[in-house]
Design a protein around this ligand. Structure first.
Ligand code: XLS
Ligand code: NI
Ligand code: NI
Length: 436
């Protein structure tokens, strides 16, 4: 029986670009074939439980603005929230959802009570998933909201917090595994510092490395086939977060021998906070062979903070999907809307419209990216720019056979005196504009 939260809504239809309905898809037809694959299978959309169901609209100056009948801390509230969550997922036709333990279960007074509450909700989700086609993209542990985590989880100066966190991660990995989750995410919520003066960087790095190794060991122990993903972010909540960006995470993984075991979940807003573009982070992860999944939520460019807004800029999204397709596409990963409503958007219909708009934007971006791939002109132009490296001298320079002395001899012998060639940036930019 429906909760009635969204009225008597059914599945939101695809109506095509000319539709003038508020709640209809104009560009996202899950069955449309793009590069020989269904759009739904390319994009692998997921709704985020924390923003869509648990967030109440507060900001640093004001309290909750959103009123939801399930706000409360009983198991009955948690189950009503789950009922509405699945109505949302099914109305949107998103194949996946993502959650933190703290989004779905009431906070207990102890580890044991948290675990019991989580397990009861996992069983409840299991039933709901069995009677729908909704799957779990990823699960994660919230190791940042409760005050015990104020100085970090793995990187806390107190080993008891490390132990509590490790035990909590285990329960969340088990929950994810039980629900057939396709990834497990670690965002280092408060793994960073506020003041270097009270911080031992070397210890904190070693602690974080041990924690991630524990996670990977447990993954293999329970036979979890999904990917383990780290989500980089440079600041907020701590002023300096260790998982600053893809490059820092890669260095961390190498240092702890985990670069073949762990990939990244890249969030657009986090990339921007780190002073990068979203596509830079995706392309770098592709180049380092650690691309996993994305959180598709942008920041407000004027406010310069992690405002978690739904995407609405096709050219940006198109470039993101272009580099995703070049990195092999979304395999175990997906497009998670780690995005929330604006706090004045009070109505249930706003929640639906936000996702519908975001999904349409992603569909347009993916289709533009597919045209770029099919056409191949951009790729060919890049290849031609580097073609000197493909044979002869380029290969010899890379082979390791030449010393600096040898190279001096080569430059002198062949009188090498390179003539600068145009980088053609504007021509490349114009090329991209043909597709978006
Ligand atoms: C916060 C992060 C968080 C992760 C999951 O900024 O984006 O929502 O995606 O813990
Ligand atoms: Ni974020
Ligand atoms: Ni995120």
């Amino acid at each position: 029986m429906s909760t009635g939260f969204f009225g008597d809504i059914g599945r939101i239809p695809f109506e095509g670009a000319d539709s003038d309905a508020t709640l209809a898809f104009r560009h996202y037809d899950p069955d449309e074939l793009v590069l020989g694959k269904r759009l739904e299978d390319h994009l692998r959309f997921a709704a985020a439980y924390w923003h869509s169901l648990a967030w109440s609209g507060g900001d640093p100056f004001g309290g909750p603005t959103l009123e939801r009948p399930w706000f409360g801390d009983s198991m009955a509230d948690a189950k009503l929230k789950a009922d509405v969550a699945f109505e949302l997922f099914e109305a949107l036709g998103v194949p996946y959802f993502c959650f933190h333990d703290a989004d779905v279960r009431p906070e207990g007074g102890s580890f044991a009570e948290n675990t019991r509450n989580l397990e009861e909700m996992v069983d409840y989700f299991g039933q709901k998933m069995a009677s729908s086609s909704v799957k779990l993209l990823w699960g994660t542990a919230n190791l940042f909201s409760h005050r015990r985590f104020m100085a970090g989880a793995a990187t806390n100066p107190d080993p008891d917090v490390f132990a509590f966190s490790a035990a909590t991660i285990k329960t969340c990995m088990d929950a994810t595994h039980k629900l057939g989750g396709e990834n497990y995410v670690l965002w280092g919520g408060r793994e960073g510092y506020e003041s270097l003066l009270n911080t031992d960087l070397a210890r904190e790095d070693a602690q974080a490395g041990r924690m991630l190794n524990l996670v990977v060991e447990h993954k293999h122990k329970i036979g979890f086939k999904g990917a383990i993903l780290i989500e980089p972010k440079p600041q907020e909540p701590t002023k300096h977060q260790y998982d600053y960006d893809v490059a820092s995470v890669y260095g961390f993984l190498r240092r702890h021998g985990l670069e073949k075991e762990v990939q990244v979940n890249i969030e657009q807003g986090h990339a921007i906070l780190a002073g990068h573009s979203f596509e830079h982070e995706i392309a770098l992860a592709g180049a380092l062979d650690i691309f996993g999944s994305i959180d598709m939520n942008r920041n407000d460019y004027q406010s310069g903070w992690d405002t978690d807004q739904f995407p609405n800029n096709v050219p940006e999204v198109a470039l993101a999907y272009y580099y995703i397709l070049k990195a092999g596409g979304l395999t175990s990963g997906g497009t998670n809307f780690d995005a929330r409503l604006r706090r004045q958007s009070l109505d249930p219909a706003d929640l639906l419209a936000a996702h519908v708009g975001g999904m349409d934007i992603c569909a347009r971006g993916l289709k533009a990216a597919a045209r770029m791939i099919e056409d191949g002109a951009l790729e060919a132009a890049v290849a031609s720019r580097y073609s000197g490296w493909d044979d002869g001298r380029g290969q010899k320079l890379l082979s390791g056979d030449l010393s600096l002395d040898d190279i001096v001899a080569l430059v002198e012998e062949e009188d090498i005196n390179p003539a600068p060639r145009s980088g053609q940036q504007e021509i490349f930019e114009n090329l991209v504009n043909r597709y978006v």
